[in-house]
Design a binder for this molecule. Structure first.
Ligand code: GAP
Length: 510
């Protein structure tokens, strides 16, 4: 399914709505609907349980979104949290210069792919793609061009050289996707933090930022948490919360938003031991993703080519979204940069006395950072499928089904009386619904033919439906239907909860 299908499914079935839609929407801000909020909460619960509950040396916090303005000076966000911005004078559209240049490289890559596809259809089974890519002169030349463009881009970004980015845009003849013109402004740095003003202090002094990452709320609380919980190094602090970035180009639905939610964990370690913990968290986080049944071919590591000034190693876990492989989560070895910076600007020591080494030090940090919304999009795009299935008469039909892992599904079970106007059936169904609702998120539905009700539940990813029919009134049993296998089995009412729990219990993922 492409991203348009995912967006329209999200709206039609109450997962995600455009923010302030009745006013034509606000770009890059989204509201989660009734099923969306359930799915998002389940993702957060899975993360929190795996990271906090399953590690006796990781604890959670919930820090304020507003922080002292010096926080952002110390972290480097005031001076360096910038994107290179360029405007097209004809279309009046604004772009990220680095993304325009990456787009140029992607076009060359598309030409390579076209040549590969052509050769593949010409040579059939005998075609060796690897050999073709490494021996065909035209492909080699194009690949060299991509490498040169990306290297030049990397250098310019690292040096903050805006003139070089403009030169590249001019030299490569990059045109505005909207107007097709090359009438560009200069490239300039644009800080991504949103700011606001404190009520009681005028001017710069009262300038506050909306946090662009949750991590800093953890760093400034390092000692409070360590002392109050008597943790010893290595230990971690986890947090889930909102973050805000004034993205220049916000696109691809909830992939890049201006208000989003992060799930971050800072793991404090002895200096010199950070690489072993970096490897540990890389593997642990990949395992977390795979436990949801996501196909291994849709996940990959991507080492950062250009390390941020504070990092000595960084990798992304990329997921294959409908628009290609993109960053889903980052694992960063951040050295002692953040704690040292806060120590310097606050004048307060942020050190740990290590009784085994008998010395004080500023701990090093390995961070895992994942966007909750991006995880939501990954799960939704992975799960949404069109499938050929037999209808009630045994004829072939198609269904839209959301094959979410049952533990993440917004509704775990739907209770469906066979007929709506038979009180004995609806009463029995209501009793079943009431007995299940304290265990699971359950839905009662009596409207339309049973086949249509199944389709509605498939579309929101409900793993089980139970039907209450006339036999139920005789023998206290129901038919329970499995979303994925379509198998229907008869079970006693008092066994429904156990039956459903087997696959939907989030603890089974841990
Ligand atoms: N504390 C480190 C940090 O914030 P990051 O790579 O900038 O690192 C971490 O962000 C994660 O947050 C990303 O992997 C992504 O999942 C999510 N994220 C970042 N910007 C986002 C945006 N504009 N919209 C949605 N998610 C975003």
């Amino acid at each position: 399914m492409d991203i348009k299908d995912i967006i329209s499914h999200s709206k039609e079935y109450g997962f995600i709505f455009q923010s302030s839609e009745i006013y034509d929407g606000l770009s890059a801000a989204y509201d989660y609907g009734p099923y969306g909020v359930e799915l998002k909460n389940n993702i957060k619960q899975y993360w929190w349980k795996s990271m906090v509950q399953m590690h006796e040396n990781i604890v959670g916090i919930d820090a304020a979104i507003f922080m002292h303005p010096k926080t952002w000076k110390a972290s480097g966000h005031v001076d360096a949290f910038n994107d290179p911005l360029i405007d097209n004078k004809d279309s009046k559209k604004r772009y990220r210069a680095d993304q325009l240049i990456e787009g140029y490289a992607e076009k060359i890559e598309a030409k390579i792919q076209k040549d590969v596809d052509k050769a593949k259809s010409r040579f059939g089974d005998a075609f060796d793609e690897q050999q073709f890519r490494t021996t065909n002169d035209r492909i080699i030349a194009r690949q060299n061009e991509i490498d040169a463009v990306m290297k030049r881009l990397g250098n310019a970004m690292r040096e903050g050289n805006m003139d070089e980015l403009k030169t590249m845009i001019d030299e490569y003849g990059i045109v505005c996707p909207e107007s097709g013109s090359r009438n560009w402004t200069e490239v300039r740095q644009f800080n991504l933090m949103f700011s606001t003003q404190l009520g009681n202090i005028a001017g710069e002094e009262g300038k506050l930022y909306l946090r662009p990452e949750t991590a800093q709320g953890i760093f400034v609380n390092f000692l409070n948490v360590q002392k109050s919980t008597r943790q010893k190094i290595p230990f971690g602090i986890a947090q889930i919360g909102k973050a805000f970035r004034n993205e220049i180009v916000a696109r691809q639905f909830i992939f890049r938003m201006r208000e989003f939610e992060q799930m971050e964990m800072q793991f404090f370690v002895r200096p010199g031991e950070e690489m072993q913990w970096y490897e540990y968290w890389k593997e642990a986080r990949l395992k977390w993703h795979k436990a949801l049944g996501t196909d291994a071919s849709k996940l990959r590591f991507h080492d950062h080519d250009n390390l941020a000034h504070y990092a000595n190693a960084a990798v992304d876990i990329e997921f294959e979204f409908p628009f290609g492989f993109r960053e889903l989560e980052g694992i960063h070895s951040r050295t002692d940069f953040d704690l040292s910076q806060h120590q310097e600007l606050s004048g307060k020591k942020l050190q740990f006395f290590d009784p085994e080494l008998n010395e004080n030090y500023v701990p090093y940090v390995v961070e895992t950072s994942i966007g909750c919304d991006r995880m939501f999009l990954a799960q939704l795009s992975n799960a949404l499928q069109e499938e050929a299935v037999p209808d009630a008469e045994g004829n072939e039909s198609t269904r839209t089904v959301l094959k979410l892992h049952p533990a993440l599904a917004p509704v775990k079970i739907a209770v469906l009386p066979l007929l709506k106007n038979k009180e004995e059936l609806t009463n029995a169904a209501t009793d079943v619904f009431n007995s299940l609702k304290k265990h699971f998120n359950v839905q009662y539905d009596e409207k339309d033919a049973i086949g249509r009700r199944y389709r509605r539940q498939d579309a929101i990813g409900t793993p089980y439906c139970v039907t209450i029919d006339f036999d139920t009134l005789e023998d206290n049993s129901v038919t329970i239907r499995d979303r994925d296998t379509l198998e229907q089995v008869r079970i006693p009412i008092d066994r429904i909860a156990d039956h459903v729990r087997v696959k939907t219990d989030i603890n089974e993922l841990l």
